[in-house]
Design a protein around this ligand. Sequence first.
Ligand SMILES: *Cc1c(COP(=O)(O)O)cnc(C)c1O
Length: 398
Amino acid sequence: MTTENVYQRLGVEEVINAAGTKTRIGGSLIRPEAADAMREAANGFAEISELQARASELIRDVTGAEAGYVTSGASAGLTMAAAACIAGDDPEKMRQLPSTDGIPDRIVVPRSHRSSYDHAYRVAGATIADVGANDHRLGTGAENTKLWEIDAAIDEETVAVGYMQKPSTDPPLAEVVEVAHRHDVPVIVDAAAELPPVENLRRFVDAGADLVAFSGGKAIRGPQTTGILAGRKDLIRSTALQHLDMHEHRAIWDPPAGLIDSDAVDGIPGQGVGRGMKVSKEELVGLITALDLFVEEDFAASSRKWRAQAEGIVDDVDSLDCVSTRVDGGDVATVVVTVDGAAAPASATDVVRRLRTGSPPIFVGSDDIERDQFTINPMCLADGEADVLVDRLYEILS
Ligand SMILES: *Cc1c(COP(=O)(O)O)cnc(C)c1O
């Protein structure tokens, strides 16, 4: 007798994830200890604000920031960061968002840092102001966005500078911070996918960022719908005030002092712009458990394991003449497969499509299919799944 798993019972096909932590196929595998903790948390109640205060201490300790907060993902973290930078401690502004009539709402973002994740800022009511001209893409030797351009773009209406952290982004964060702070404007960093290495938990705070957003559901391997925001205490307080359930009577309102200094605010703001992005007690407990384990993890060992897996895949597909392979990437080794369009029976696009539509569906990295390449990321592969993938590649490509 075979027992069906939950995906089979629902009639939804389970997929093999060789693409890394992609939200559209469920992100990463939650740590078993985090899933267990969530089940345990589901058996009782706790004040969400107390759990957030506890999480704040942990985030403070592991990032070196003044405070932290658990959001429903890095994207929600950016929305809350924008809301905090716009409203500060003003309950009237909190009430007004996402309408920003009459209040400053500009977030200055270097043009080369823009992405559709900027939508997260706009959800809170922010207006994005582009800086720079992307001249570095012309191949004429021109630089990317310059510091003076950022400096000149910051005006009276500017509430923050938005910075997208990627290995390739410039100008360097510390220099952007210096310019922004000269105008008393905070810097928000989208570092959603910049873990591992674990050192990056501190790196952007150390560089002076005022709020940094990470995904909880990528390498931290917490619940998919969590993220962390680490940064300045006053901005985290504003985040909490605009995110927590705020239907409370002033006479009995007693928020945890470590998270919300109630003397700093004139009144209880009511349900804020973040109310629709709430985080449950189970998710909070799951994220705290996962983050604790993430900082303890032996990443050098995980890195070696992923590299060995990647090299194993390269060896296994070696006898396919129509592809060339190499192992790329730093902490997470990735196999880059280039399909020789003339010799192969299928293009890279065909391969990606047929892997997805076969049974079980297999997802590989497809960012470079236009250059006849796909990638295999071992991070989310379970035991034996690499073999299934290799067999399918032989079926499609021999
Ligand atoms: C994944 C990602 C996000 C969104 O993170 P979630 O935790 O899924 O909300 C935002 N920005 C970047 C650069 C990302 O890679």
